[in-house]
Design a binder for this molecule. Structure first.
Ligand code: MGD
Ligand code: MGD
Ligand code: SF4
Ligand code: MO
Length: 649
């Protein structure tokens, strides 16, 4: 028996971008572990990837293209599949122009070379693409507005913090490699405050937990600003390096601390405690994704940026307001023109596809995404896809999205991937290399668009002037190309195949000179706030659809449960019992779930998994309205109001 250990990098949409050690026996992966030599991975990985072999060797894995014939998806040869795809794309482009084709790509893989699929569609068109960002749009826009760029302190810089605010972040589930650093920081004396309406496992790391009302963070943060002013704890340099200092002060002081506390549904002493933590410099604000999924999400993140600046925690080791690490920053993607024929707003995608005119959207190509399960208003997204002429879905599984395709193209998994990765939770760069051979009949996204390009060039007689010559080259050549800026600094494809390497272009601490990339060179303090989201009488609970250990969005480790659980305080579901099967209903849809009582929760929330399956009536996004955040065109997933009904009601 031949056993070997292969090294690769996890390509999942996760901040941690782990180094993986794959044990392979006779060509079959038998075990997945974390790379002990990767400084952040430190030898361990999450449940969902440790159990990835269930997916890798699942009988449901797709290994042949499927084409819809007489209503059913049936296996066809690659030759037929590529012929249909290229012929249909050409026909629709000729009849309606390239704007009639939508390319939608999401986070199935964070591999940088996936952007070659975007390049293909630029060369074919440019076509219609998405705008906004359902994942981090609100927070990205907030930090761009305030600092002129978005980056984070080195992940290990948290070891210098005396105080850490985990604001809307659940690292024990969704950013697990931060956990050992938080524990270490605590051993060194740091105090951790967790701010989250939901009680979850990360509480075990925290010295204090604040459970504001959902979206109450804006009031909470402004209350803390007010208290910093009242107690004269504001950095004397702040008026110099911040724009809108006086206006921000006026906004914060427009209410009393008690009024802000009431609006956030916290006790005034909790505001005091957060002000103390910020004043106990250095204090790091670790901004999570929760608040950004709200209609006032961008304003909340801006209010946190302001707290960091006012309290003098900007530009110092152990401080900062860290949200997102610029994962593409080191790479050269200048081959992309970023041109498009038209853009559709991602959080509103279902509706936007159906209402687009002149030309209508006739074809949709889906790369590394499951929009039916994961975009707001699943039913609208499903309908939008069901009513297009051509829907091509490239995936390894028959997801709720793929089931609505006219053509499904089977592709590689994270163990077969050959790509390059930056991380959005630290600064280490890595490369994936195939740990096992892929099944016969499976092509990578790169190979698929190369094949389609060749066929299109042949149809249009465009030989050397065609699309394919510009896409040509295997992963090794493309890796070299995107690394060209940092190769002189020693970050070569060969080295990345062996180890992850820290991005040489970024420092440990941001803005040490307190000069920012904004037009004025100053940090921009928030001074206007959006109206709160409308109330919805009859729907007393907020639906949280949060990450769970067992799933990566809608990709479950093992089987999707027969019924998903809905956690809530017993008082949130009066008349029901723990273990009851119920229906959760919003103004636009329903899902089935089994109640799990938890008296640590607020009485106005119910929590279900982030990624259920639409076709099993288990999908939070059936209930979530398609609405954007106040800035950045994020999705307001969590401003979803619901009620609990008896099963069968
Ligand atoms: N296991 C697992 N890990 C994942 C993922 C996954 O699906 N599963 N998804 C990955 C992806 S795509 C991303 S973007 C990241 C982040 O992934 P997310 O799914 O955003 O992370 P969550 O762990 O749900 O953390 C968000 C936290 O914000 C809290 N929150 C919600 N609303 C509010 C609010 O109004 N105020 C405050 N203060 N907090 C609020 C939630 O209760 C929750 O604890 O994680 C990645 N990691
Ligand atoms: N209700 C609710 N909805 C949410 C969120 C929430 O908090 N609440 N969070 C949102 C967030 S943060 C995100 S990032 C999105 C995630 O949304 P998506 O990225 O659409 O979610 P996934 O379910 O991970 O779907 C990715 C698909 O890509 C496939 N895939 C994996 N590798 C490859 C590859 O190499 N090539 C191709 N072509 N396919 C591949 C997988 O099999 C999977 O089916 O969901 C959002 N939706
Ligand atoms: S999903 Fe995240 S934590 Fe899990 S192995 Fe991949 S990068 Fe690491
Ligand atoms: Mo995300």
């Amino acid at each position: 028996m031949a056993t070997k250990e292969m090294r690769t990098v996890c390509n999942r949409d996760c901040p941690d971008t782990c180094g993986l050690i794959v044990t392979v026996e006779d060509g079959r992966a038998i075990k997945l572990d974390g790379d002990p030599d990767h400084p952040v991975t430190a030898g361990f990985i999450c449940h969902r990837t440790r159990h990835f072999l269930d997916r890798q060797y699942s009988p449901e894995r797709l290994t042949a293209p499927l084409l819809r014939k007489n209503g059913d998806l049936v296996p066809v040869s690659w030759s037929e599949a590529i012929d249909v795809a290229s012929h249909e794309l050409l026909r629709i482009r000729a009849e309606s122009g390239p704007a009639a084709i939508l390319h939608y790509r999401s986070g199935g893989s964070l591999g940088l070379l996936k952007s070659i699929v975007d390049y293909f569609f630029e060369l074919l068109g440019p076509v219609t693409v998405k705008r906004g960002d359902i994942c981090s749009g609100a927070g990205d826009e907030a930090q761009e507005t305030d600092f002129g760029e978005e980056e984070s302190h080195d992940v290990f810089d948290i070891l210098s913090s005396k105080n850490i605010l985990l604001w809307g972040k659940n690292p024990t589930v969704s950013n697990i490699h931060l956990v050992p650093l938080l524990k270490d920081a605590r051993r060194r004396g740091a105090r951790i405050t967790l701010i989250d309406p939901i009680r979850h496992k990360t509480q075990s790391l925290a010295d204090r937990t604040v459970q504001p009302k959902p979206g109450g963070d804006l009031a909470l943060a402004l209350g803390v600003s007010a208290r910093l002013f009242e107690r004269d704890l504001v950095d004397p340099g702040a008026p110099v390096y911040c724009d809108h200092f006086a206006e921000h002060r006026a906004l914060a002081m427009s209410k009393s601390v008690k009024e802000w506390a009431d609006a956030a549904d916290v006790a005034p002493d909790e505001i005091e405690a957060i002000a103390d933590a910020l004043a106990g410099r250095p204090c790091s604000i670790q901004v999570g994704w929760g608040m950004g999924r709200r209609m006032n999400g961008s304003a909340i993140v801006r209010a946190l940026d302001a707290l960091c600046a006012l309290s003098g925690n900007i530009g110092i080791s152990g401080g900062g307001v860290s949200f997102y690490y610029k994962r593409r920053g080191a790479f050269d993607t200048s081959f992309l023109s970023k041109r498009s024929a038209r853009t559709l707003c991602e959080p509103l995608l279902g509706r936007e596809i159906m209402s687009a005119a002149n030309p209508p959207v006739r074809a949709v190509w889906v790369t590394a995404a499951n929009p039916v399960d994961m975009l707001p208003d699943s039913a609208a997204v499903a309908r939008a896809l069901e009513t297009r002429e051509l829907v091509v879905v490239v995936d390894s599984f028959l997801t709720s999205t793929a089931r609505r395709a006219t053509l499904v193209l089977p592709t590689t998994t994270l163990l077969e991937d050959d790509d390059i990765m930056g991380a959005y939770g630290h600064h280490w760069l890595g490369a994936s290399t195939p740990a096992v051979d892929r099944p016969v009949g499976v092509l990578s996204d790169l190979e698929i668009v190369q094949e389609v390009a060749k066929r299109i060039d042949a149809h249009s007689g465009n030989g050397a002037a065609g699309i394919y010559p510009r896409l040509a080259g295997g992963p090794a050549e493309w890796k070299k190309r995107v690394l060209h800026r940092i190769e002189p600094m020693g970050v070569t494809p060969e080295r990345l195949a062996k180890e992850s390497v820290r991005n040489p272009l970024v420092g440990e601490v941001l803005w040490p000179d307190r000069r920012f990339k904004t037009a004025s060179g100053k940090m921009n303090l928030i001074h206007e706030i959006p109206a709160p989201p409308p109330d919805e009488p009859g729907f007393p609970l907020w639906l949280f659809s949060n990450s769970t250990e067992k799933a990566q969005s809608a990709q479950w480790a093992g089987q999707h449960p027969e019924i998903v659980s809905a956690r809530c305080h017993p008082d949130a579901a009066a008349g029901f019992h723990d273990g009851d099967d119920v229906v959760i209903e919003s103004a636009i849809g329903r899902m089935r779930a089994r109640l799990r009582f938890d008296d640590g929760q607020r009485t106005d929330v119910v929590i279900v998994p982030k990624g259920g399956h639409f076709d099993r009536d288990a999908c939070a996004n059936s209930l979530v309205r398609a609405r954007t955040t106040d800035a950045g065109e994020g999705a307001a997933y969590l401003d979803c109001r619901v009620r609990i009904l008896a099963a069968g009601a």
